[in-house]
Design a protein around this ligand. Sequence first.
Ligand SMILES: [Mn+2]
Length: 370
Amino acid sequence: MRMLVTGDWHVGARTWGIDRLNEAREGLRQISCLAEAFRVECIVVLGDVFDHFRYPGEDAVTLVASSLRCLLDQPQRPTILLLKGNHDWSGIKVWEILEGESRLKIVSQPTSINLGPYRLLLMPYLRLHQLPPEGIIKLLEDAWAQSSPQGIPIAMAHLAIEGSAPADFEVTLPIDSLAGLGIETAICGHIHRHGDIPLKAKAFKAFYCGPLFRLDFAEEGQPLGCFLIEEGSLRAVRLEGRPLKTLKYADENEAMAKLESDLNCLSSDAFVRVAIESASLNDSQLFERFRALKRGEQIVTISAFRPRREGEDSSLYELNVNELWKRYVGEMEQDDVLKDMLCEAGISLLHGDDPSTIWERLRNVGGMRQ
Ligand SMILES: [Mn+2]
């Protein structure tokens, strides 16, 4: 039985004010071609089908629905297992409507199934408050008990693998517990990188399945991909997507002098971030100048440090906007962890911190957009 594993579609995402729908569409086209070429009988989608839990818009919903329909209609009549991720929009009963199709199974609770020669443990995204007092092991055991004890065991999850990513705020998949259940292979979505995960427990094989397209500059240089599984062996497959590139300069003068020729060396579909170590102009002034250059339209964001001037009153930054932002986030966001992170990120931005350092800091405490 051939199986294709994909995930983190993030349909409906907008970054840097740019609609990324066409890239999602192109990624889904590649997935569909692979599924058809390899005549896969099962497609597992490891969560984050949509980019957000708010209504993603008609175009995004239509793209997801038609892509799933196309996959289901392939001549080999595949089954689709769709795990819920942390980003997934669940409004207006879209999932329930899709669930009417018997070959499309929406997995919103931990479970396991026997499928062909496989026994799959399926773990959607879990929030800390969803764990029972006994911890995740209880959920894993209960889920595993829902299938019969035969078949090649593989865990599939929208969770980070324990120890592979800093995740103080998040539930992670514990390898020892999986090994205790006789599972020694795991493929996970959620962490946006593609390939195998080096682990101390060498007997355990763990993989992250990459996203469909690179969402933001934290994913610069990361490959995109999916996995093909056949007769128990697993093959990583790369997907093509628009590259991201950061161009770094000491100041805006150096940037103005070198940008055109540097842009000229890049692929014409690359999204470009310009990083300035010490800038005197503000971001929108820099953006306007850089965008006017030849191929400047490829520049989507600017990251510039501005040395604080002597005698500048730092209390200027202590506006009530902080409180307004906190209130806004409190109303818009349901998840406490995400709420705290959004508050911190927003307030840092209001204070004029460099977005890339904010990103690093958030990533160190547990991965924001993963
Ligand atoms: Mn994701």
